[in-house]
Each structure stands twice: as C-alpha cells, then as structure tokens.
Design a protein around this ligand. Sequence first.
Ligand SMILES: *Cc1c(COP(=O)(O)O)cnc(C)c1O
Length: 386
Amino acid sequence: MTIPFIDLKAQQKRIYSRITQNIEAVLAHGKYIMGPEIMDLEQRLAGYAGVKHAIACSSGTEALLMALMAYNVGPGDAIFTTPFTFVATAEVISLLGATPVFVDIEPDTFNINPDCLKEAINAVKTGDIQKHPLPKGFESLKPKGIISVDLFGQTADYDRINAMAKQEGLFVIEDAAQSYGAEYGGKKACSLSNIAATSFFPAKPLGCYGDAGMIFTDDEGLCDILRSIRVHGKGSEKYDNIRIGINGRCDTIQAAILLAKFDIFPEEIGLRQDVAGNYSGLLKDIDHIKVPFVKDGNLSAWAQYSIMSENKDAIMGALKKDGIPTAVYYPRPLHLQGAYAYLQYKNGDFPVSEKTSGSIFSLPMHPYLAGQDQERIVEVIKGVTC
Ligand SMILES: *Cc1c(COP(=O)(O)O)cnc(C)c1O
C-alpha cells in the first residue's frame, strides 16, 4: 500500500461539510473579490500570530514581492538571503532589479547563519570580496534588507538577525511560507520581524485549495502601503492610483476554505509535533541518519521532516520500491541554478548549503500520518545497509 507524502484527503474528511458550507456562503453572497471572508481571515490569522495587521494576498511569492515593494526595493539594493530555499525567496529580489546577496546556512537548522550574515554585510559595505563571496556587480551595491527563511517550519535566529539589522539600518522580512504556526521563544512565527510573508499553497502547514498567501506587520504605515500595492497602488478610492502596485488579492473562496481549515489548525500543529517526535524516536539509533534538530525555545511547524544521510540515494530508492514517496528540498542551492548564473557565484561559495543539498531528503509528513506507517517507513530505512 502506498503512503501519501502529504495526505490532504484525511484532513478534508474531517471538515468536509464545513468547507462546503463556507464555499456555498460565498456562492450565495457573490462577493468573489475581497468578500467579507477576507477580512475575517486576516483578523483571525493576525490574532493567532500575535500581529496587529494581516494582508491576505494571492500567493506566498506575491507576499514577498509586495513586502519588498513596500520598502521601495530596486536596482542597487543588496538583499541578503540564503541560497538554501525555494527559488521564490530570491526571485522576487531579482524581479525588482535588486540583487540577492547569498549567505550560507547553519548546518543544523538550515537557516541563515548570523555569523556569515555579518561577514556578508561587511563585505558589501566595504566592497571587499575577500571577506565573503559576493555577486557580480557588488561594487555598486548598498545593503538594504534581509529576507530570512524559516526553513522546514523552524524559525531563524531572529534575536541576532534583528539586532544586526537594527545596527545596520536594514529591514528584515521573515519568509514564513513554511512556518505559520511555529514558535520562537514564546512568540509565534510571522511576528518576528518587520514584515512576514506566508503561503497557503496546498502543501504548506496551513494550505488552501489553490494559491494564496498572507503578509503580517505591526507597522500601520507599512500596512496601508501593502493594502494599496495589493490593488494596483490604489489611493483613497479604486481609480485613484498613487503608486505602482499589482493585482495581489486573495480570492474570497480561498479565504472561505482557509477559515474552515483554520478551526483545526492549532490542533494539527500539535499532531505534527507528535508525528515528528515519533519519527525522531524511531530513527535515533540508525547511525548514518541525522534527524532534524530543533533549537531550545523553538517549536517547528514541521512543513517538512527532513533527514540527512550519505546514503540518501539508496534509502530513497528502497522507500520508492515500497511505495513510500520522498522528496529533496533542495537538490541544488540557488547560487548554482541557471537562473542565477548572471550573479557569477561559483561552486564552493556556500559549502554548508552545497553539502546539505547532497545528503538531505524529506519523509512523508502530515498531521494524520499513522504510527504504524511511520514504523513501516523506518523499517525500510533500517533495511538499507551502507
Ligand atoms: C512555498 C514557498 C514560497 C512561495 O509560496 P507560493 O505560495 O508557492 O508562491 C516562498 N518561500 C518559501 C520558503 C516557500 O517554501
């Protein structure tokens, strides 16, 4: 019997009637664009995250793009981020004509390494490529902001990142596409920096049935700008255009679906802890496997349960033969992707990201994964000898 990588059906079964009721309510009122469900969702998700303002939008990518637009990011701006992430994190920087300055990750959390971040900022400020690998054209760049990624559901080191940003006059955007529901020192993900962006892509911890995302901020001024950018840079009314914006709205139907899913989301975050804890217990005695590390004070949203092994290909092959899917996030760091060849980074620039790409893979992970399925998965892994 095959095990799904993410079982969205199990969740749907629990709340099917609530989902259809919510969709039917939208069909009845007919406000498909910016209907009342949008504001309801924004309020509920902001409340849960402990943030003043939430701005629903069309995807996680758009959420990141709009956040950068709100800070007027453009050509000549250096935005620091990691190469070990989904391409969207860096893509939005390039779309605005700014330059991603990649910074290597911590080997245990896979999040941006604050020590390397400090070196990278100094290297850009002084134009000294000896201090840290820099992209082509670094001589004319000015540090402007940081996009830190909460990879696999665990938040980055915001105490250090925010302190550094404050000292250097940089903004921090939390790419929380994988971490809504996570915690950092008692605070919730999406509340940890100036602006946070999350995604409701179906496979994320809180997913809808299409594309959608949300932006969070405590800053009222930024919130106003983001709401304007979301609707083509509108001013006080629709056909008053005061800045360049986009169509970044979230569909009312997706908000209605998310409202039904959000009712059980806190419970699902708890179930994810149980599933992850069970995996780590079952895997702990296999000496060629490195299980995920969660820092003290952190609670992961477990978007992925990613393990490392030098024997990755053999294990993934054995699991596949047994009908168990796996995935690799991410097989090639961004500085080595064709799309970023123009920055002229080279192999060896970010050794931790490069090494991690070669040994990491993710096991099936969702709140409804049965203990006996996990045992079966681990039995197959145990059967692979190195
Ligand atoms: C999924 C994801 C995004 C993009 O979200 P979409 O909703 O798919 O546009 C951005 N950053 C990270 C880290 C992601 O995992």
